[in-house]
Design a binder for this molecule. Structure first.
Ligand code: ZN
Length: 411
């Protein structure tokens, strides 16, 4: 089994959290858990989950499991509602994260000779600084430009001959379209794109990859567990290798909490094995994926998870049917003449759900045909009738961070 971990390693992680983390001391005592009695994998799987909501309640520094003098940095995950989650890091945590991130670059074929243009933001959140630390650990040249200012991005990309682009998928698409529109593809030296922070469909991959002429790698991570850089796909693109020497991954049924066997899709739950300042035991990521049961053909031993297919909270229910954004992307993938971009508008009219899918059509595509195919494909793949509106390419918004695609106006 690929995802195997020695129980003693997990036990050490539990003991460390129970002894040092005020957050876990509380959780374990509230649930009457005596960690001495956890002696098997079955016991481990009965431990309560931690969730973002619990971490928020620990604001500001309730997660801190080391003395103040050992903390060298904090990061914070953006919360749209309520308190943000503050994650403290020791020097060792920062080092471990950089080591994992450097490994990500290596798996993506990046070397010391590369020039890495880092477009994710720097600051309280973990993105930019993670890409930067990994780059420096590897020994490549970091171009820490941060987000925005597309004019300057493209200029730097050309003048400095950046070979690697680190970006969100939305921003990579925006850059790709700009570069194609301005006829600059021959002037750039990019070879690879390392793309993180949101789920993206096949069509979007194609457009970015073709537009920039690069090989794309999915990088995964979340602030609560170091940040980006805890998993990435290799040159074989068979899944994202993850670092099981630093973390233990489980996949659970998001409804029942039951652990699912390797190969089945569900919610990713992470236990950190070495994190000192803010250890996490059975942390629910709300990201949907599966553990890939077989070894990658690259021969590396690190196990793999599949691309993130959505979030448990991304699901929309229309006319009684559960729909994930990845299914909408799949529909668009089957219809020629559409771009990767779409918007979903859901309203309630006369007591009934009405869903409108706005799609972009590429130049010269017959809008009537695209519309009919989208409607038909949606009915056959997802099972409900919807409305479809075609707009010209470029009309739907692109953003530098996450692009909002679902607009639910039902109360
Ligand atoms: Zn591999």
């Amino acid at each position: 089994m690929q995802n195997h971990v020695e129980f003693s390693i997990l036990k050490n992680a539990i003991d460390y959290a129970a002894e040092n983390s005020p957050f876990y001391k509380k959780i374990f005592s509230e649930n009457n858990i005596n960690t001495d009695k956890i002696t098997s994998m079955e016991d481990f799987q009965k431990l309560p989950f931690s969730d973002k909501y619990d971490l928020r309640d620990a604001y500001p520094l309730g997660l801190q499991a080391v003395p103040d003098e050992d903390v060298v940095r904090i990061h914070s995950s953006s919360g749209t509602t309520g308190n943000p989650v503050i994650i403290p890091y020791t020097r060792e945590d920062v080092e471990d994260w950089a080591t994992m991130f450097a490994r990500c670059y290596e798996f993506a074929g990046v070397t010391k000779r590369d020039r890495i243009q880092i477009t994710p933001g720097y600051g309280l959140w973990t993105a930019g600084i993670g890409f930067q630390a990994g780059c420096e650990k590897l020994g490549a040249m970091a171009i820490p430009i941060g987000p925005g200012n597309t004019e300057k991005q493209i200029q730097m990309m050309i003048d400095l001959k950046s070979t690697v682009l680190c970006s969100t998928s939305s921003y990579a698409l925006l850059l790709a379209e700009e570069i194609v529109n301005r006829g600059l593809k021959d002037k750039i030296a990019l070879k690879r794109g390392i793309i993180g922070s949101e789920r993206w469909g096949e069509k979007m991959r194609q457009r970015i990859s073709d537009g920039l002429g690069i090989d794309l790698f999915d990088i995964y991570g979340l602030t609560e567990v170091y940040g980006p850089g805890i998993a990435i796909d290799c040159e074989k693109h068979e899944g994202m290798h993850y670092w099981n020497d630093y973390m233990y991954f489980e996949i659970i049924d998001p409804k029942t909490g039951e652990v699912l066997p390797d190969g089945e899709f569900g919610e990713l739950v992470i236990t950190t094995l070495r994190k000192t300042a803010a250890p996490l035991i059975r942390y629910r990521t709300h990201d949907l994926t599966r553990i890939i049961p077989n070894r990658c053909s690259c021969g590396r031993e690190y196990p793999m998870i599949d691309r993130i297919s959505g979030r448990t909270d991304d699901m929309i229910k229309v006319k009684g049917v559960n729909i994930y954004p990845s299914q909408i992307e799949e529909v668009l993938n089957y219809v020629d003449g559409t771009s990767s971009e779409y918007q979903v508008i859901i309203e309630r009219i006369d007591g009934k759900d009405r869903m409108t899918l706005k799609v972009e059509t590429i130049k010269d595509a017959d809008k009537q045909r695209v519309m009919e195919e989208v409607l038909q494909m949606f009915k056959s793949k997802i099972g409900i009738r919807i409305h479809c509106v075609c707009v010209n390419i470029g009309e739907l918004p692109r953003s530098e961070k996450k692009t909002r695609r679902i607009f639910d106006y039902r109360d």
